[in-house]
Each structure stands twice: as structure tokens, then as C-alpha cells.
Design a binder for this molecule. Structure first.
Ligand code: HH2
Length: 337
């Protein structure tokens, strides 16, 4: 039976001499949870296989000029009429540019621009329409701001136009399965690519999602997608992985993933967490409106940072950055923003 190794991440200032650095970042670990689908036990980190420890400890390759010694913030810019939180607010080019500048001023390390909503039940957008939303904004922004732009799309034609307009990162919520040409584009362009776990299509993904075990099923899926990426000529170091919070997942599925995020470090890639304002936050905290979910979103980002997650995709830049800085300060981390 397959064995999984989850580092138990710590940020306590009393760091044992033999403790190992988690992904070259701000967390350390000296214990690992060795798990199968049936059982788990905590073992000393030294007892994990050498190749697992190598993956867990290696500093991640800088991507698009960004190093991973501190948590990084990806600001969300949806140039769509129907996104679940900010739909219609930034459809106009000037409004989109204004929001991008605001996110940058509030501390974004990356701006993620999307022209198709992937909220539950969303309808698909045709390529020309999606492209006409994203390309002009990216073209102007790339000449103006000095932080990387990522293109949030499942479609290689839209992604290619975005790269030509000046985007330098790819964010594919279908992990190159919706459009297989995405793999060749990432390989040929050399652009880093975020591969996210997802189930089916936005239109149907929340219809009774089901897993044998959500944690291991998502892990196995991402492991297989990294293998597919490598087969297509994309280096593991260019891949960012994301468990896909809210995509084909119930409240319990989301929580199970959030509690065990550190497992995904054993895939040896930079991790991204996108929980901002999502429905489960509203369900737990009785906040039916997306714009009322900032505090809960910040809480989830803090929990992710304590597990060594490197990128947080957020709407509330200022609040999340402040919270992460203060968490770093009180846990004695050295990177404080
Ligand atoms: N979530 C959304 C969109 N893109 N990309 C990654 N890598 N991870 C995510 O969790 C993720 C994502 C959905 O959120 P949002 O963009 O705010 O809404 P919508 O899809 O309605 O535009």
C-alpha cells in the first residue's frame, strides 16, 4: 500500500538542532506523519526515506523573479461580469487597471488576471470573448508595473496571447486537462504553471462531490499531473501546485485539505492556496455575502502560512499582508514584510 509522508510544520522559536527546514522556507520540522489510506503514525523526520526528505527540504526554485523564503501574495483581478466576489466590478479596462495598481500598492507580489469565472455553476466563455477581456489589460499593465502578472485561464490560446502581452506565469484551474495544448505552451515558453486540483466542470463540480479520501485522492491527482508536466518537458521546479479549495469539494473536504496542507510539500513544488472569500468561509461564519468574508479568509491564509504554503491568492490584499506580517513577527520569523 502506498505510503505518504506529511511533515509536521513548526514555527516555534525553540528549534531543535536536528530540525530540518521545510522547503527552504520559514517552517521547520523534526517529525513526519507516515500515512497510508488506512492508518498514520508520527515518526522522527530522520526515519523518512532520503528521497522524501530531499523533496521536503530543498529550497524551491525562484519563479518569475520571486524567491520563496517568505509567503507571497497573489492579488485577484477578475475581468469578468460574473465572478462570485468581484464580478462586474473590473470589466472596464480603466477599472481593471485601477484595481491592479491598488493591489500592487497594497503589497501584491503577483497579479492574477482572469477573464472567465470558474465559480460553481458558471457558464463557459468562448476564447475570443475571454481573450478580449484579459489581453488588453495585461498589455497595458505589463508595461507599467514591476511585479509579475499571471493569467488565470484553462485555454492555451488565451494563455499564449497573455504571455505575448507580458504575463509571465500560467494559472490553470484544470491542470492542463481542459486544453492539453497548455502543456506544450508551458514547455515551449518556459513560463511557470500552477496546476490545480479540480473535478469536472464549474457547471457541475459541486453536484455531490465524492472521494475515497479527499486528501490522498487530491495528492495522487497532483502527483500524476506533475508527472504529466515532466513528460511534456516542464521541469518540476516550474510547477506550482494547488489543492483547489472549493472546486468540487464539500465543507468537510475543504477542511480536511486545509488541515493537512503540509503533505503537498512532499511533491517538491511551490504551493498555492486560494481560499479567499470562498463559500465554506461563509458557511462556517454565517457570512452569506462574499464581501463579508475577509476575516475568515485571513484566518485561512494564516493557517496556510503556518504550514509553509508559499503563495496566497487573495482579494483582501492589505488585510492579509498585515496579518501575515504580524504572524511572522510574533513567531519570530526573519522575513517580516
Ligand atoms: N480560485 C478561483 C479562480 N482561480 N486559481 C487557483 N490557482 N486557485 C484557486 O483557488 C482559484 C483560482 C475562484 O475564485 P475567483 O477568481 O475569486 O472567482 P471566479 O472563479 O468566480 O472568477
Amino acid at each position: 500500500m502506498k505510503t505518504y509522508y506529511r511533515p509536521i510544520p513548526m514555527t516555534d522559536p525553540a528549534r531543535p538542532r536536528k530540525a530540518l527546514s521545510l522547503a527552504g522556507g520559514w517552517c521547520w520540522f523534526d517529525r513526519v506523519e507516515r500515512m497510508t489510506r488506512d492508518e498514520g503514525e508520527v515518526i522522527p523526520a530522520d526515519d523518512a526515506p532520503a528521497n522524501v526528505l530531499e523533496r521536503l527540504t530543498a529550497a524551491r526554485t525562484p519563479l518569475a523573479g520571486i524567491g520563496w523564503e517568505a509567503p507571497r501574495m497573489m492579488g485577484i483581478l477578475n475581468v469578468t461580469p460574473d465572478s462570485f466576489s468581484d464580478g462586474g466590478k473590473f470589466l472596464d479596462v480603466e477599472a481593471a487597471l485601477g484595481q491592479a495598481r491598488r493591489l500592487r500598492d497594497e503589497g501584491a507580489d503577483i497579479i492574477d488576471i482572469g477573464g472567465e469565472s470558474t465559480r460553481p455553476g458558471a457558464a463557459e466563455v468562448a476564447v475570443p470573448e475571454e481573450n478580449s477581456r484579459t489581453e488588453p489589460v495585461i498589455g497595458i499593465l505589463a508595461n507599467e508595473i514591476d511585479i509579475p502578472i499571471s493569467i488565470d485561464t484553462r485555454k492555451s490560446v488565451v494563455a499564449k496571447a497573455a504571455l505575448q502581452a507580458g504575463a509571465t506565469l500560467l494559472n490553470d484551474v484544470a491542470a492542463m486537462e481542459y486544453d492539453p495544448c497548455m502543456a506544450a505552451l508551458a514547455a515551449q515558453s518556459g513560463a511557470p504553471i500552477c496546476l490545480m486540483h479540480n473535478v469536472g466542470d464549474p457547471a457541475t463540480m459541486q453536484n455531490d462531490p465524492h472521494y475515497d479520501d479527499v486528501l490522498f485522492d487530491v495528492y495522487d491527482y497532483l502527483e500524476a499531473r506533475v508527472a504529466a508536466a515532466e513528460e511534456a518537458g516542464i521541469a518540476r521546479g516550474k510547477v506550482i501546485l494547488d489543492p483547489g479549495i472549493g472546486f468540487g469539494k464539500t465543507l468537510e473536504h475543504n477542511l480536511q485539505l486545509l488541515r493537512h496542507l503540509s503533505l503537498f510539500h512532499s511533491l517538491g513544488c511551490v504551493l498555492l492556496l486560494g481560499a479567499s472569500r470562498k463559500r465554506f468561509i461563509g458557511t462556517i461564519s454565517n457570512a452569506p455575502e462574499a464581501q463579508d468574508r475577509m476575516p475568515g479568509s485571513v484566518a485561512v491564509a494564516l493557517a496556510g502560512a503556518l504550514q509553509g504554503v508559499q503563495i496566497f491568492r487573495v482579494h483582501d490584499m492589505k488585510a492579509t499582508r498585515q496579518a501575515l506580517s504580524l504572524q511572522a513577527a510574533v513567531t519570530g520569523e526573519r522575513w517580516i514584510a
